[in-house]
Ligand binder design. Structure first.
Ligand code: IMP
Ligand code: MG
Length: 181
């Protein structure tokens, strides 16, 4: 285990199993959509990189990927700063099915904001998928169609999630030591 890590919360095998289940659910739902409307997967950078890479390889549908960025954390912080800065929003979303993919639902500000931005552009549908959701009121109250795991209100890293840009490459989802933050 990395020396900055206190303990593993969800190990790589459980992540893989759950990603399989989620992908199965999404695959079935995508099959139900009307044909002829384009599907666009929208990973939120940078936290979603590993999750979306694992997820899309389990989705056989014809789809496009459009990455956007949203950052609500200011540098070395473990709490959201409020209104996230958005980047690379797509121009043409009208009539398309949009699936937003993010790493974690915390205050919910990011997913709410992104969903609102897409809904304002006349899509055919907007759905959201997160790997993790903290069991706090603000997260639980945020509409999100697909949730991988509900976790306690702890700061976690690994499998794409970072602290100050580090630890995204760790394969398990872990709680870092306090003196590593
Ligand atoms: P929200 O807007 O508060 O829901 O925050 C969502 C964003 O904050 C996520 O996309 C993550 O990038 C980041 N974030 C929230 N909680 C954590 C955590 O425990 N570890 C790492 N990043 C987190
Ligand atoms: Mg993020």
């Amino acid at each position: 285990m990395h020396h900055d890590i206190e303990r593993i919360l969800i190990d790589r095998d459980r992540i893989a199993e759950r990603v399989d289940e989620l992908a199965r659910e999404i695959r079935c739902d995508l099959d139900e959509l009307d044909e002829g409307s384009e599907i666009v997967l929208v990973p939120v950078m940078t936290g979603a990189i590993i999750f979306v890479a694992d997820l899309i390889r389990r989705l056989p549908q014809k789809l496009r990927i459009h990455v956007i960025s949203a950052s609500s954390y200011l540098g070395r912080s473990t709490t959201s700063s409020g209104d996230p800065a958005m980047g690379n929003m797509p121009e043409d979303i009208e009539g398309k099915h949009v699936l937003i993919v993010d790493d974690i639902l915390d205050s919910g500000t990011t997913i709410r904001r992104i969903r609102a931005e897409f809904e304002a552009r006349n899509p055919r549908s907007v759905h959201a998928c997160v790997l993790l959701r903290k069991t706090i009121d603000s997260a639980l109250a945020t509409p999100c169609e697909y949730v991988g795991f509900d976790i306690p209100d702890e700061f976690v890293v690994g499998y794409g999630l970072d602290y100050d840009g580090y630890y995204r490459n760790l394969p398990d989802i872990s709680v870092p030591k306090e003196d590593a933050l």
